[in-house]
Structures are given as C-alpha cells and as structure tokens.
Ligand binder design. Sequence first.
Ligand SMILES: Cc1cc2nc3c(=O)[nH]c(=O)nc-3n(C[C@H](O)[C@H](O)[C@H](O)COP(=O)(O)OP(=O)(O)OC[C@H]3O[C@@H](n4cnc5c(N)ncnc54)[C@H](O)[C@@H]3O)c2cc1C
Length: 406
Amino acid sequence: MAARFDAIVVGLGAHGSAALYNLAKWGCRVLGIERWAPGHGNASHHGLTRITRQCYAEGAGYVPLLRHSFEAYKTLERESKQARADRRVPALELYLQTGVLNIGDPLAGDALAAAQAHGLAHEVLDPAEVSRRFPGVAPPDGMRTLYEAAGGILRPEAMVAAHCQVAAFHGAAIRTGEQVLRWAALPDGGVRVDTDAGSYLADKLILSAGAWMPKLVPELEGLVVPERATVGWFKPRRPELFAPSRLPVWLLQLPGRPPFYGFPEFGGEPGFKLGAFNERGAAVADPEALDRAWSREGDEGPLREAMAAVFPEANGDLLRFGVCMFSGTPDGHFIVDLHPRHPQVVLCSACSGHGFKLSPAVGLAAAELARHGRCSSFEVEMRMHRLDAARVGHAQALARFATAGP
Ligand SMILES: Cc1cc2nc3c(=O)[nH]c(=O)nc-3n(C[C@H](O)[C@H](O)[C@H](O)COP(=O)(O)OP(=O)(O)OC[C@H]3O[C@@H](n4cnc5c(N)ncnc54)[C@H](O)[C@@H]3O)c2cc1C
C-alpha cells in the first residue's frame, strides 16, 4: 500500500486536471489518476476546439464563474510556459479570441439577458449586418443575433495538458493508463482507491470521471446521463469565408430544434466544424458501448440542415466526423458537491455539453470543497450546481444516496 495522499483526483479531463492543478499549487500532496493517455479521444474533452463566451444563454448566474475562467486561461498559459521552460519546449497556446455569434432566439435573447445583467459588451445585429461583417453567415430574415467580441476558441487537449503540467511542476503525482475500479470510505474518515494497478489511500477524494461518473457513484444513475454527441468537418465551397479572420465561433438556434454550434477553420484542422446538441435522442446506456458509427441520415442530416439555413457556402463534402459523449443532467446545470454520505468525497460532474470553458472555476470549486468542505471563492454562484431536491431529478437521486449501503 502506497503512502497516504492529502487528496486523490480520479479522471484527469477538463475538471479533474483543473482540480489537481489547484490542490498542487496549494502545496497539497496530491495524486491524479487517469484511465487513458493524455490527449485521448474516449471522453468529452478532445476534438481540438471548444467555444468560450461570457454572454451566457444558459444563465446569468454563470457569468462570475466565466469571468474568473477567462482570467485563468491567461494565468495558465503563463504558468505552463514557466513549467516548460526548463525543458525548452514551446508553450501551449490555449485561447484564441475570435468573437461569438449567438444566432436566433431564444438563444440570442437569453445571451442578451446575461449581458445586460452583468454589463457585458455586446451588439445585437440584424441578418443584413451579420452578413455584411461576416459574409459566410446568412441568417434568415427576422432572425436576431447577439455578437460578443470577447469570446473565442479554447484548445481543450492543450488546456488539460497545461493543468497537468503545472500540477506536476508543483509536485502532483500523476498516473496515466490506470483505471480506477472502485473506491471506499474508510472508518478513519479517509478513502481507499483501487485501480487495475494498485491501491492508494488519501484523506480526500475528487471524482471527476465525466460520462463514467455513474460507474463510480451508482446513485447518480439517471441523473448524470452519458449522451452521444456528434461533430462533422465539411469542405467549404468558399474556404476564404471561413477563416478565423472572417468568421467568429457561433451558436445557432433554428426554430423547434436543439442548438447547433461551430467554428471557423482553425489550427490546421481542415474544414468547417459544426456539431449538434443531441439530435438523435442520444442517451447512452453504457459509455463502453458508445455507437461510434456515423449515420448519414441521423448525424449528417441535421448538420447539413443547419448549414443550408445559415452557412450555405460551407455546405460541401464531409471531410471527417467525430462521435463522443456529453454527460447530461436533466436541467443542464452541473453537479459539484460533497457526497451526501461521505463528506471526504467530492462529486464533480460539469458537462451537459457546455462545461469545458468553465473548467478553471469548476476545478477551483472542487478543490476548495475537497480541502475545506466548502467553496469559498464561489459560495453563491456554485449553489445552483449542488445536489438539491428542488432540481429536476435530484429528489430521486438523493433518496438513493440516503438508502444505499455503506
Ligand atoms: C462534442 C463536444 C463538444 C463540446 N463543446 C463544448 C464547447 O464548445 N464549450 C464548452 O465549454 N464545453 C463543450 N463541451 C463540454 C466539455 O467538453 C465537457 O463539459 C468537459 O469535457 C467535461 O469534463 P469532465 O472533466 O467532466 O469529463 P472529461 O473531460 O470527459 O474527463 C473525464 C476523465 O475521466 C477519466 N475517467 C473516467 N473513468 C475513469 C476511471 N474509472 N479511472 C480513471 N479515469 C477515469 C476519463 O478517461 C476522462 O479523461 C463539449 C463536449 C463535447 C463532447
């Protein structure tokens, strides 16, 4: 049995890597365990691009967390440069500001409400103005767009790697290629974590396993639901209109459809990339059995519909596709809280398709919960992400926590 750690973090994706980073910077003796190698494509944080923005249609309550995260992107970039200086390898660029278009209501209206509530810079544009500024974009008549200049593109694999690098620089132990099989609360108030390679002890445990959370915490079954997510890369008919200098990142709401989102051609990735939020029903019974096959009708069809409606010059040949997973909750918000029976364990599940950009704030919140039992930096803002019988689906889960064994 290895020596006891102050804390163990299980799952070094978006949020686990950020939690590890904070704990290590505070001088904690911390271990991070990740099932696959860094940069792997099996979970929710791969694919080279993530959108970040602050005029947040998902709720004005996220804005303070986003403000913190935007500052943290810069800090992390600087720190990863320092951490890598010794090894003379290039620093990781994490963020590119391109601006964000929120096209169509209720998306644009909800983003506007968040902007007004927090005094964020924004412009409301009509379709003609959108097309004048961004000639690859042609919203239908009457469709309102909110433009936010501050948003842009994050590089997810680089950001996870940077959090891990800086954590290691501050002394974190990191074990990759090691799968956590089970964990147990100990009578002395600590935890034991068993992997396919050994066992570890710690005072505190953060579980941040993304779509695998219900495997490690069965009480979350039905509350954190792995969902199939698809993205496609298409060869634009006029590529010059889809460079980052001509096109911001965007979100699109077509009437009666879940939102779409996408990117200019970026970072050596060929093609115009876009994705849909859960067009195919999407719940995945077992993340190990994710259907990774591409359906022309079910997956490609809706993406072509979105391009035909608003980006007609992008609607060329399919170059590449990707299938991955969201971990969704019924209300679309996160679950970041202490385990109801074992307060030495932090549950950290922050996806619903929009969590990556918030990983600096969520990672800090999870680390504070582990260290102090409360989240002092965002006491108010993180309340909406607690387990709470008033949230959809939570009463049933809390009942399972209350009745489940030790
Ligand atoms: C296609 C797609 C597009 C998205 N677009 C955006 C976007 O534009 N903007 C945005 O903000 N967010 C976006 N998101 C959401 C964002 O990527 C997720 O919110 C985020 O990755 C979730 O982080 P996580 O740490 O919870 O899970 P993950 O990032 O999936 O990390 C979980 C980690 O746990 C590991 N793990 C699981 N089980 C075990 C085990 N037993 N032992 C050890 N390790 C284990 C996994 O291997 C994985 O590395 C998108 C997600 C997807 C899928």
